[in-house]
Design a protein around this ligand. Sequence first.
Ligand code: ZN
Length: 231
Amino acid sequence: MLCCQSTVALKGSEVPVTKFNGKNGLDVVCLTVSMFATNCYLVFCTETREAVVIDPGANGKGIIEKVKSYGLSIKYIINTHAHVDHIGANGKIKETFKVPILLGEKDLQIYEKPAFGLSLFFKKQPKPDRLISEGTRISFGRVYLDVLETPGHSPGSISLLSENAVFCGDTLFSGSIGRTDLPGGSHEQLIKSIHEKLLVLQDHVVIYPGHGPITTPGNEIFANPFIDLSG
Ligand SMILES: [Zn+2]
């Protein structure tokens, strides 16, 4: 196990929940939502319970229930990118907690015109309130997340970095990498982002991807078949 982790038993239609102790006063709850099993993260300051919601892809009701059960005060909704399975419950969360939606500035076009041809299944979401870019610091309680631009999966894909954690959306997965065949995707850019922004992080930084299990830079350098450090 990479860090202190516990998975909570499920009841009925509840969303699957995994709780991580992210260290240095930052806690992480992962909720698995949408038909694509998107990881929606509640990231919060252990001391003040101020929090952000990263990628509320669907199941707004389930997410809201968890926010309440953990006693969190939501400050922002942040999307790692604008694909429908990462933004589908933005509206519901915004309406409930009256908080702004933050999105990487280069993904605005995708946000306004969702790909996948799945617009029928996903309601149009309220516009982002703030466009963010490399170096933006998002503070809540006594903790923060810094924006790293990690284009490739989409032009405006971002990762969010704290001292011991990085939330990388669909840029890098445990044992795999993000797809680049959707509008605005670029394999070359994706590989560059992974190498220059994620694999350079120290190994105590836990990688929280947009789908699937957590990992670390060291694990991916060692075991990810898509990563080649020889050339
Ligand atoms: Zn995506």
